[in-house]
Ligand binder design. Structure first.
Ligand SMILES: [Mg+2]
Length: 393
């Protein structure tokens, strides 16, 4: 079937859309480039949007660790030709065009490709306005209101060969030393009795406060296992019990939610507004306590995430119930600018994407964002070292 998309170097539309002022017709996208890199063994796909304004560019992350070449091809061969010549301010329109142009939607390759391009466009737009992304989002969508700091927690507690209870406790002490008060650990990888020992070991380190500990099953339990674990951990009053079940089995979630009263969390494996809507409609989750972890960098970008937030509002959910998965600078901007509940962070894994801007320490599990234009990649030196070759190349 012939590809009906415009070819590279095709001219910009003769007239800008009538709802655009001249101000929004520039800067225009001159090129979209992709860099594949693997700092510390983590395969990353970085997207750069170049504009017709010298020095003005946007950066995004389209990382799909296991399929980087597929994502790179999707961007270079299919998305890039459609956006060259368009204004960076046309993000929503570009997003819709890219989403429908393949007819078949969803799936992790296009999803990550579009998320990375979306992120780079938002970075470029905020830079064009000379404001941080969180400020742009607050002004455009949140009546100018923003949070001074984002609530963050340290995700870790993985199972590693040879890692015993002392090792787990040392890891959690390290997170407390870094300024976190809330931590998360994996469970579900060993018999429940062993996981309960691990949970109690971590509770000891964090002063016995269950509200400062989250546990994450990564979808490994069936309903009986989830209920058994839920009954065992309920007395700890944990902050939340994450992805106990198959993330796409909404009926199972509804069954669990009728019998496990404390907070549940899920959503990192849902990749569109429609997926999120099915969870909200059928998953039995409770807007007064449960936590939604849709990740804007894994689910078609911020344009789609804004639609997800609007859907949540229509169903009676506050944005404060959203704590995106992933621990990246993009979601941090969104959390602060749109008043979400906070953001995940990975102090010790997924370097250099985990962590925060250089001069923004975590204090009592709160962190502020840098006041520089765009997403703020340039203020995080370990990350920007990776991006610099593309940014300046
Ligand atoms: Mg998780």
């Amino acid at each position: 079937m012939p590809d009906t998309t415009e070819m590279p170097n095709s001219p910009a539309p003769l007239l800008p859309p009538p709802w655009h002022s001249d101000d929004r017709s520039r800067p225009r996208i001159r090129d979209v480039r992709v860099i594949l890199t693997a700092p510390e063994g983590t395969r990353l796909v970085v997207v750069k949007v170049e504009t017709d304004e010298p020095e003005l560019y946007g950066l995004g992350c389209a990382t799909f660790t296991q399929r980087p070449l597929a994502v790179a091809t999707a961007i270079e061969e299919y998305l890039r030709p459609q956006v060259i010549g368009r204004s960076v301010h046309d993000i929503e329109d570009l997003w819709s065009m890219l989403a429908v142009s393949s007819y078949w939607r969803s799936g992790p390759v296009l999803n990550n490709a579009m998320s990375g391009l979306d992120m780079a466009l938002w970075d470029a737009v905020a830079k064009a306005r000379r404001v941080p992304l969180w400020k742009l989002l607050a002004d455009r969508y949140n009546g100018g209101k923003f949070d001074d700091k984002a609530w963050v927690y340290a995700a870790g507690g993985y199972y590693y060969p040879g890692k015993d209870l002392d090792g787990l406790q040392d890891e959690m002490k390290h997170y407390l030393d870094l300024g976190y008060s809330t931590v998360k650990m994996k469970i579900g990888g060993v018999p429940l009795a062993d996981d309960l020992k691990r949970i109690e070991a971590v509770l000891k380190v964090i002063g016995g406060k269950g509200e400062n500990l989250c546990v994450d099953v990564n979808g490994r339990y069936d309903l009986d296992q989830a209920l058994a674990c839920g009954a065992a951990i309920a007395p700890y009053n944990l902050r939340w019990y994450e992805e106990p079940l198959d993330p796409l089995d909404y009926l199972l979630h509804a069954a669990l939610a009728t019998r496990y009263a404390p907070p549940l969390a899920t959503g990192e494996n849902l990749f569109s507004m429609q997926d999120a809507r099915n969870l909200i409609r059928h998953g039995g989750l409770r807007p007064d306590r449960d936590v939604l972890q849709f990740d804007p960098a894994l689910s078609y970008g911020l344009v789609e995430y804004l639609r997800t937030l609007a859907m949540l509002q229509r169903h009676g959910w506050s944005g404060r119930r959203c704590v995106p998965h992933g621990g990246h600078q993009f979601a941090l901007n969104i959390a602060v600018g749109l008043g979400l509940g906070g953001n995940e962070s990975y102090p010790d894994v997924f370097a250099p994407f985990g962590g925060f801007a250089d001069d923004c320490p975590v204090e009592n599990s709160l962190v502020r964002l840098p006041d520089i234009p765009g997403v703020g990649f340039e203020a995080k030196s370990a990350l920007y070292r990776v991006m610099r070759p593309l940014a300046e190349g």
